[in-house]
Write a protein that binds this ligand. Sequence first.
Ligand code: SF4
Length: 642
Amino acid sequence: MTHYGYAGNILKVDLSNGKSKRMETADYSDRFFGGRGIAAKIYWDLVPPEAGAFDPENCLICVTGPVAGFNGFAGSRWQMCGKSPFGDREAFSYANFGGKWGVALKYAGYDGLAIQGKAEKPVYVLIENDRVEIRDASPYWGKSAFEACDMLKSEYGKGFSVITIGPAAERLVSFATILADDGSSGSAGLGAVMGSKMLKAVVVAGESRPEAADPERLNDLAAQVREITETAHYEHGLWKVTESFRYQVCYKCGIGCGRHTYKDAKGRKCKSLCQATMFYFFPILAYSGGEDHETRMLGTRLCDDYGLDTAVIHGMVDWLAYCHRESLLNERQTGLPLSKIGGPEFIEALTRMITYRQGFGDLLGEGTIKAAESVGERAKARIGDFVATRNSETKDYDPRLIPMNALIYATETRRPIQTLHESVELLFRWISWANKEENATFSSHRLRRFAERLWGSEEAGDFTSIRGKALASKKAQDRAYVKESMILCDLSWMKIWSGYFAENIEEPALECQIFSAVTGKNVDEAGLNWLGERNFNMQRSVLLRQGWDGRKDDQLMDYYFNQPLRKNELFCDPECIVPGKDGEIVSKEGAVIDRQDFETLKDEYYELRGWDVESGLPKADTFDRFDMKDIADDLNERGLIR
Ligand code: SF4
């Protein structure tokens, strides 16, 4: 039987007993269609809510979406989900990867891989079509992520795709990452979960190819996307540091976003992309008075090689610099060369000490917030200058500046970057216009048209009030869960939307047409967003069953309420300018989120989601509408439905 867009099977591997079995993708994809949606449902089925992140029952679920393997749609990314050890509580979380590994899994015949149990000694999983083996990883254990990847690639050949963990994950550093092909990496502390399972790597190859229901239409759509992206103003050179950097898109992306790779001294491909490449930029400027690309790229390479999340190290470096300036920490106390923050010696020492849990590095391995709590009140009081989330992730896209992001942050267990990008992409374009940059045409008027089209009202384009923001947050989330389930790369898709809708504001969205051409299931824009909303509700159910206390836990960090926004606080908008009520240019310097406004937003949002306003818990009839009665029954038995 042909499963258009899908390989047809999900592979389950139990590291405790060495057994593997296949589950049918259709049992999951019929309702949850791919990526995050399928992963949340597999997690729901396999993992008891009381299982801890490092318990064998915790499950690492790697999933692609139906578009993976079809060129031209930036649709071959993949997700890893599971209970994360990181942050203020252990909770279901997720990481989104580029590279080739996800497609390789599909080529091997699997839409997903669920790994449960715990091995007694280091192992790796080898998957080659029907061949599934759990193998001894002793020669690779203790090696860095790049080294282990090199060794496995030279053993199996270039046709195999590899994910590995580094020594930070082996030592259960709470924000340890996983490294995939071409320097791609995934965060949310799921590397530590791999480490807890004694799982060093997963090596995959296969010969299957997914089939589309309507290949001709899919080709036409790819041409349409190409046309849009050719005419949009793409900044393909953004992450190019020197001439030796090569523009290289993820496998089967076909669009691109400025992602570059370069070769390190050993000839390995390393990435240059976005925050991962920029996290040490400002400390370097402050230290050396100028750019120092080598040290900047060294920082990224060290994080990838040890397996540390740059989004956490970013805020941590800034916080350590502050503590040093204010004499809250010194070099003797920490064993870190704090006077050299911005130089190579510091980043080498910091990443090494965290990875090997040496001295002060052991405390830092729990994240910046926990470290600040232990250093003392003054260090803790300024934490809001350095981190944005309960998980110590770096500051960006602040809800004091962009009010629709308040609920987006509050209802997620980690920095939901794929959702945040939506408002930010538009704001960036508008700031260029407000600053009268050459060729910048994204005026307040255009932004308001977009707000109406994407977020449900023109009012949502007024960044100075909460009017229309609950609906805007919900719409952005539902669309993000479509992206995270199909899986479409948000770095490209927001640009596609802005290029497409600019001229075709009433046309049906492209992603629906792509979904239909791949799967053969006809769905319009509202229908696809409805599927995204169901997947969001699925993830919410997993969180509730794990102890997320609805309304009480839908929270922001305190500083958003009591620390006025300062000029130059946010790299994305140093002047804090936003579009106001009538599209005028307004500064939000000094803004805080009003607590009552935030509670009002929650009221509106729960209403829009069909959840109980008082508790933030779902209602049974809402879940009936989403064909999630089985989930509602389980929640009901636990008193988690109204
Ligand atoms: S847009 Fe960039 S990050 Fe996204 S899939 Fe393409 S190359 Fe990879």
